[in-house]
Design a protein around this ligand. Structure first.
Ligand code: ADP
Ligand code: MG
Length: 169
């Protein structure tokens, strides 16, 4: 089967955030048509918009997959739904958000799916984890590593944690 490389962004700000990141990573890896190849550190990011929100935990993963971008999005969304079900509060932010950041040789702007992700280079909580595992990925000629270096100096809180997530831990 033709394997393609793709990068995903995972975020959580409810309950046991590490648990949800681990669960999502394992489920992605357990899917028959994809494998988790590489995992970034976990970053803690201040949430903005709502009060009384937990900080976010964010990370990036590299996938090898035979799924199309559309099918990959469906898998990501079904994992989001599965992990929603175990949450004990029915309001507020989600337990897990899984976004497709980049997919090998694909550029698309459809109603339900934009690749590369619209905000790939906008947010420190995306560029800092991503540059660990994909420094050379670029959007319109701008490298992730270049933008991440700027973001590192920014004041916005985005803290690299010591937790390391492995598949099946
Ligand atoms: P957000 O990720 O922006 O916080 P959601 O996870 O609710 O919000 O996503 C909203 C919609 O974004 C999804 O229904 C999906 O169709 C669309 N979308 C467009 N491009 C992408 C992408 N690259 N990865 C994930 N979702 C995407
Ligand atoms: Mg999303």
């Amino acid at each position: 089967m033709n394997q393609k490389k793709a990068y995903l962004s995972l975020g959580s700000n409810i309950g046991d955030r590490l648990h949800f990141l681990k669960q999502a990573t394992n489920r992605l890896n357990e899917h028959g048509q994809m494998t988790v190849m590489n995992i970034s550190s976990v970053y803690e990011t201040a949430a903005w918009g709502f009060e009384n929100q937990n900080d976010f935990y964010n990370m990036a993963v590299e996938m090898s997959t035979s799924l199309s971008p559309e099918a990959l999005l469906e898998v990501c969304q079904s994992i989001e739904i599965e992990l929603e079900r175990v949450r004990d509060i029915h309001w507020g932010p989600r337990t897990i958000d899984i976004d497709i950041l980049w997919y090998e040789n694909v550029e698309m702007d459809h109603e339900n799916l934009t690749i590369p992700h619209k905000y790939l280079l906008e947010r420190p909580f995306v560029t800092l984890p991503l540059t660990e595992i994909a420094p050379d990925v670029s959007v319109a000629g701008v490298k992730v590593s270049t933008v991440a270096a700027h973001h590192e100096k920014a004041k916005e809180k985005c803290l690299k944690l010591n937790h390391v997530i492995n598949v099946h831990t």
